[in-house]
Design a protein around this ligand. Structure first.
Ligand code: PA5
Length: 426
């Protein structure tokens, strides 16, 4: 279960004045009658998901595990960050797994693109292309390259058996191609936006292919949905977290929320959070800038700023009490590094003391720090936490008076880029 500790962040009595707004907005989420309500499908998706499709996802993912060396997951933004963050958080950065997962189609980087293609030349690989629109340029270029490589290695028929697409149910360029070529397809429902799609096939297929228990992941989300559909702010940690964000922004003059965690394999969780909150709220010249650090690594870079720099931020620390793996500091006869005082201690203990010492330093330095704690990182708890953040994001955006589900600003650079690239109509 997730715990929220705001004792070093904000006086929760300040939240009482929000009760009426929270009740109104919770109702808006449930009745789907607020701004962008057509995209509230994610709120009930963990129970309303397509049961037949889930079985197919699990079966096809097993087929990929049994028959390929690599799965290339080709997508960007909301069509990529959920799966990547979940797989890295749960499997680590050097997983000892028979199927390697490579994330692709999330950049124009010529170096990365060519390096991956060269690597794949000698691998038996399958593709999961993910794009709701089917026209996202990074993903479309990457998929065209992958498909060409795969067809040159395995022929059109072989490629057909190795391509799995997640896209809109009945529209878009990718859907048209899938129908024409006969690829296996899964649906990203029309009423679920990319950054809210981790519980759909967008997140579930790559996760299942990585050998993760996606049913447990959904169960965690179901549990969170039950728990956080509650307008009582004294009981609802999800909305108390949303209120913390609102209070920090409107009344405590903070402009940055800094997501903090203490595990390298959770860095992508912060990336997922940055997209979720940044793309949902950063509109109309409003909202907190979501940023992130991984401690203690970044205590040796941004730590100085956090402690002593412009007081524009507050921290949201994601703390996982029990690591899945650990190791112990060994004895050294010479003790030239002076570390024998830690002999026999495990790194979880050292990391814990670093967390406690840093928390005290930052709080003493005037940085408000909220802590979200999970007992351990597993599919269930991660599903619970992702739902927690998605629901908190909807509440937080509506408190700002913003539609959480569109992203009008994202189109502006695209128009310029298409014009410069010479695309017809730009
Ligand atoms: O959250 C979002 O809506 C975006 O990040 C999209 O997911 C992203 O732009 C990819 O879009 P598409 O799935 O259409 O390729």
């Amino acid at each position: 279960m997730l715990k929220l500790d705001l004792s070093k962040c904000v006086d929760e009595n300040k939240f009482l004045a929000y009760q009426e707004d929270v009740t109104r907005i919770n109702d808006m989420i449930n009745k789907r009658n607020g701004a962008g309500a057509d995209y509230l499908g994610w709120a009930d998706y963990p129970v309303n998901y397509d049961k037949e499709e889930l079985e197919r996802i699990i079966k096809d993912a097993q087929y990929v595990r049994d028959n390929f060396e690599v799965l290339v997951v080709c997508g960007i933004g909301g069509s990529y960050l959920g799966a990547r963050s979940a797989i890295e958080a749960l499997k680590g950065l050097y997983p000892d797994d028979k199927l390697e997962i490579i994330f692709f189609g999330n950049t124009f980087s010529p170096n990365y693109t060519k390096q991956v293609l060269d690597y794949l030349k000698y691998k038996k690989f399958a593709i999961n292309v993910i794009s709701k629109s089917g026209t996202t340029t990074e993903t479309a270029i990457a998929f065209r390259l992958l498909k060409e490589l795969l067809e040159s290695k395995a022929g059109k028929d072989g490629a057909r058996k190795a391509i799995f697409a997640t896209t809109s149910k009945d529209r878009g360029a990718l859907k048209t191609l899938c129908d024409k070529e006969g690829y296996a397809t899964y649906v990203l429902p029309d009423d679920v936006g990319g950054r809210y799609s981790v519980f759909t096939a967008v997140g579930l297929f790559p996760m299942a292919a990585a050998g993760l228990d996606v049913r447990e992941f959904l169960k965690g989300a179901q549990e969170a949905r039950e728990l956080y559909n509650n307008d009582n702010i004294k009981e609802n940690a999800c909305y108390r977290y949303a209120l913390t964000r609102d209070y920090m922004y409107k009344y405590n003059h903070k402009s940055v929320e800094l997501y903090v965690q203490y595990e390298l394999q959770y860095v992508q969780i912060s990336e997922w959070l940055k997209q979720l909150f940044g793309e949902s709220e950063g509109k109309e010249r409003k909202a907190l800038l979501p940023n992130s650090v991984c401690f203690t690594t970044d205590l040796h870079s941004l730590g100085q700023f956090v402690q002593d720099g412009t007081p524009l931020l507050f921290e949201t620390i994601i703390r996982v009490k029990n690591p899945n793996l650990d190791t112990t500091v060994p004895h050294d006869d010479d003790d030239l590094d002076g570390l024998n005082y830690l002999e026999g201690k495990n790194l979880a203990f050292v990391n814990e003391k670093a967390f406690e010492g840093t928390l005290k330093a930052h709080v003493d330095g005037g940085v408000p720090c909220g802590v979200i704690e999970l007992d351990k990182m597993d599919e269930h708890n991660l599903g619970h936490m992702y739902y927690f953040f998605m629901r908190a994001c909807a509440m937080s955006a509506y408190l700002l008076g913003i539609n959480p589900f569109n992203q009008p600003g994202v189109e502006i650079y695209k128009k310029n880029m298409f014009h410069l690239l010479g695309k017809k109509g730009y």
